[in-house]
Design a protein around this ligand. Sequence first.
Ligand code: NAD
Length: 488
Amino acid sequence: MAALSRGSSSRARHPDRVETIGRCRQADPAAAAAIIGQAQAAHLDWRKVPAPGRGELVRLFADELRAAKAELGRLVTIEVGKIFSEGQGEVQEMIDICDFAVGLSRQLHGLTMATERANHRMMETWHPLGVTGIISAFNFPVAVWSWNAALALVCGNSCVWKPSEKAPLAALATQALFERGAARFAGAPAGLSALLIGGREVGELLIDDPRVPVVSATGSTVMGRAVAPRLAQRFARAILELGGNNAAIVCPSADLDLALNAIAFAAMGTAGQRCTTLRRLIVHTGVYDRLIPRLKKTYASVRIGDPRRSGVLVGPLIDARAFEEMQKALAAARAEGSIVTGGERVDAERLSQAYYVRPALVEMPGQTELVRRETFAPILYVIKYREFAEALRLHNGVTQGLSSSIFTNDVREAERFLAVDGSDCGIANLNIGPSGAEIGGAFGGEKETGGGREAGADSWKAYMRRATNTINYGRDLPLAQGVSFDVG
Ligand code: NAD
């Protein structure tokens, strides 16, 4: 993988050793314009390849991913600090979405509609949109791209990807694997899927380019707030996958053993750096004293350290800023009268510039402004409730709407949570935590999470345009709604 680092500028770092492991050339505006131009030309050729043929290219790419799964997963671990199984899992998710997209390449179908006019037929046809811009966050440095790219490619689009400036190497490796797969496909146009390395300003080039009709942007709500109006200004389509503030409700009838394990993974996995990380735990007063002391023990015993080592469950935070934000939030929580367990830095003397922390469990007096904010670090705020309606109110009382879950064996509570007046999130789970999605279901959330959906169901439609066709196979010209316009 060392051969993948090249050029200068944008630095890739190992979160553990703060050592520079690669340098990547950042795209300048002229280079970005050329790459987008080439992607546009590639789309014009690619759209003429029948969709199942386009699926074949994605299948070939998936072969490359299978062959390189161990190495690419390891690179994800090295670059962003995920534990080994999560790095591998991320690549497996890429393979899964490719398989899903290959199947979809034979199912991009529209409707035939009833028409009121005799000897007429009405139907819809789906066409590719064009260049798909993809902006991704550091915490899923390659999987999120593949959720978009695999579908966009079978739909007949080309792709231009601006990965996180914190994870350029995994993106370069993925691009190399894509090119390897494309080389085995006769007729893959040059520049069908391209990379733009750089930070926010490079992302803005993609956002503002009129040749890019659809942009999928994954990251913070702050990013979404900047990006959405710019895309709207030029009427481009936006698929926004933004911040979350995910909660779980633990009810009196919950299986507490199961809940404990689910909470531990959802709150501490990926060192609390998943958009679906469990950040708020709403616990019934009747089970609080049976659950929280056990959870504290789990928090105290979880192994933190080099994510490449087996047995380690919590790797480092991505950078110093993430650590500072976490400490600021914990200080604010203390000032609000909460009880904080954990949250301290680990191994600071030996690794003075790496940011390992013990995940924090914070027992809050209520759902304050602090709790309603997403702090992208392993902090789990715990709040008590007495009445189910109160739990639901707390649950929905935040501006984000990504993922949610309930632990209960009471069918009324379970169904209420999933009903129209239950969870207001894009993902609502029963007896599992809010994180750990599969590509078979649409992924995304409401409110300030942005409303976008990726993977699953019919999300391919986001990368295509729909044309309604009316066909007259008769000799008359009846007009709809009984309108008459006889020019003799
Ligand atoms: P971030 O917002 O700092 O950056 C995300 C990406 O957006 C990066 O590639 C960055 O360069 C780019 N960017 C930032 N501002 C931009 C602008 N004005 N114009 C164009 N591009 C811009 O996020 P991050 O720190 O990398 O990731 C963590 C955040 O992402 C968290 O809030 C997390 O919840 C969210 N996230 C959401 C999902 C989801 O599916 N909903 C998935 C992963 C991460």
